[in-house]
Design a protein around this ligand. Sequence first.
Ligand code: FES
Length: 104
Amino acid sequence: MEIIPFPKPKLHLFVCINDRSAIPGNATPSCGPRIRPDDVKEVKRWIRENGWTSQVYCTQAKCLGFCNAESSVACLYPEGKFVKGIQTVEDVKELIREEIEGKK
Ligand code: FES
């Protein structure tokens, strides 16, 4: 293995898009379809529009292990903190904005 030389981002957000809603008989809640892959694409577009491409990464993820019926979950690095309470793509953007502004 070899380390890929690349600038470290200020923030790397992993957003859960795992969707169990179509699984027959499933009783476990999931972050999708509340948050969908297209929402992550929209966030990436918004990051580019804000000129944060080299500072902020947003990656869709499958289950992050904190499934709950009320909201979706994300994990933020480098802190490695988990956040729940995400309802919409706008919440994801707000989370990123708060993190970036807090790091200025
Ligand atoms: S389905 Fe999103 S944290 Fe488990």
